[in-house]
Design a protein around this ligand. Structure first.
Ligand SMILES: NC(=O)c1ccc[n+]([C@@H]2O[C@H](COP(=O)([O-])OP(=O)(O)OC[C@H]3O[C@@H](n4cnc5c(N)ncnc54)[C@H](OP(=O)(O)O)[C@@H]3O)[C@@H](O)[C@H]2O)c1
Length: 384
């Protein structure tokens, strides 16, 4: 039996992870939960899974949660420190990193430094500090197992093969809700439209990232670090059906693909049970009912955010952290209806232009750059 901690337990990935823990009580024991502000759902999760430790985002949440829980013996912590204590607790085997955004960086890196196996959904953490993550994981013998469906697919396609024989990784992208909208109409799309992803049900930030295709950009950076590839070896193709989750092309010309229905419980289960496979009770892919599977190149003018991610990767150093921070601020402003959809990539681009990249030695430097980029992006939004 594996003892697990879920960072971001009240989010889309967190809830799917706990669904697996519920269905496989002989495989997983939930020892810790970390959440933000959704105390109602967190309280229900604590009652069901009886974890030893819990952490919430704000201090005010602690007495509120304590009152709801009565005499249940769960230790309740708060803030980044609380999340870090839970992520590094002694008796824990696997940490599911599913806090959204840069807020997940410190506890996730702490889990790596504590030598935990990390099932990584929080791609932003790796985008911000990929080099440090990889270095620390190597040093501490921590394994990073991908949860993102694309990276899980690549990880599966690599099994039994040699990394040196890989020619390129091919990430598939659905194209999101605006794949066929006219470029002019993109200036006027609403938050509601951006939140209507054709294939996946996810949290709001990643759903908007999918609409701009920054999500794929972040995934390109994530793939570079997880699989030690050159940026030129990571390609993106549009595949609107989201059935082929990604592919690996080898030097002999063979392409190996992984397919499945779009259900995050499948890659989460693989990360949790690797190298074994669980009997996941989800809809099966019926090949004869699929119809067409199509692949096409990415239209650069429609999705400029993807190019920004490649630029950040080429610049290296602290630039991907700037890309990520500016994106988080711009997406939040879009969700609050303070800027239009097409302003998102402009804010990121101008924030990146104002930054001279440097090689970060420690995570503290990344956090400083992250704060600078957030302030810069916010100032650009306020001036607009
Ligand atoms: N959803 C997917 O299908 C999917 C697929 C691949 C990768 N991912 C990645 O997985 C991560 C999570 O995505 P999601 O869709 O699950 O997001 P989500 O539904 O918005 O959930 C985010 C989670 O993070 C928690 N959180 C936010 N700020 C926090 C803080 N400062 N301290 C502690 N907890 C905090 C939230 O808590 P509250 O809700 O309680 O405030 C919630 O539990 C993202 O990095 C995303 O890119 C998601």
């Amino acid at each position: 039996m594996k003892s697990i901690v879920v960072l971001g337990s009240t989010g889309s990935i967190g809830v799917s992870t706990l669904d697996l823990a519920r269905r496989f009580p002989d495989e997983f024991r939930v020892r810790g939960l970390v959440a933000g502000r959704n105390l109602k759902l967190l309280a229900a999760q604590i009652k069901e899974f009886a974890p030893q430790w819990v952490s919430v985002k704000e201090q005010e949440g602690v007495p509120l949660l304590r009152k709801t829980l009565g005499d249940q013996k769960t230790e309740i912590l708060w803030g980044e420190h609380g999340a870090t204590v839970v992520a590094t607790a002694n008796a824990v085997d696997v940490v599911v990193a599913a806090i959204v955004g840069g807020a997940g960086l410190v506890p996730t890196l702490a889990a790596v430094r504590a030598g935990k196996e990390v099932a990584l959904a929080n791609k932003e953490a790796l985008v911000m500090a990929g080099e440090i993550f990889v270095r620390e994981a190597k040093k501490k013998g921590s394994r990073l197992l991908p949860v993102d469906s694309e990276h899980s697919a690549i990880f599966q396609c690599l099994q039994g093969n040699r990394l040196e024989e890989v020619d390129r990784l091919i990430l598939t992208a659905s194209g999101g809700p605006f794949l066929h909208v006219s470029l002019r109409a993109l200036d006027h799309v609403t938050v509601q439209q951006a939140l209507r992803h054709p294939n996946w049900k996810m949290g709001p930030k990643i759903t908007v990232d999918s609409a701009t295709m920054m999500n794929k950009g972040l995934e390109v950076v994530e793939a570079r670090w997880l699989f030690d590839m050159l940026p030129s070896q990571v390609e993106v193709v549009i595949h609107p059906q989201s059935i082929v989750h990604s592919m690996v092309r080898y030097q002999d010309g063979s392409i190996i693909a992984q397919m499945g229905i779009p259900d995050m419980r499948i890659p989460i289960a693989y990360a949790l049970s690797y190298p074994h496979r669980l009997k996941v009770n989800c809809r099966r892919l019926e090949l004869t009912r699929l119809g067409e599977l199509t692949f096409s190149p990415v239209e650069k003018r429609r999705f400029p955010a993807l190019n920004l991610a490649y630029q950040a990767l080429a610049a290296g150093g602290t630039m991907p952290a700037v890309l990520n921070a500016a994106n988080e601020v711009a997406v939040a402003a879009f969700l609050e209806k303070r800027i239009g959809f097409r302003k998102i990539h402009r804010v990121i681009e101008r924030t990146m232009e104002a930054h001279a990249t440097r090689r970060p030695g420690e995570v503290q430097e990344i956090l400083e750059v992250d704060r600078w980029a957030r302030d810069k992006a916010l100032a650009l939004i306020e001036r607009a």
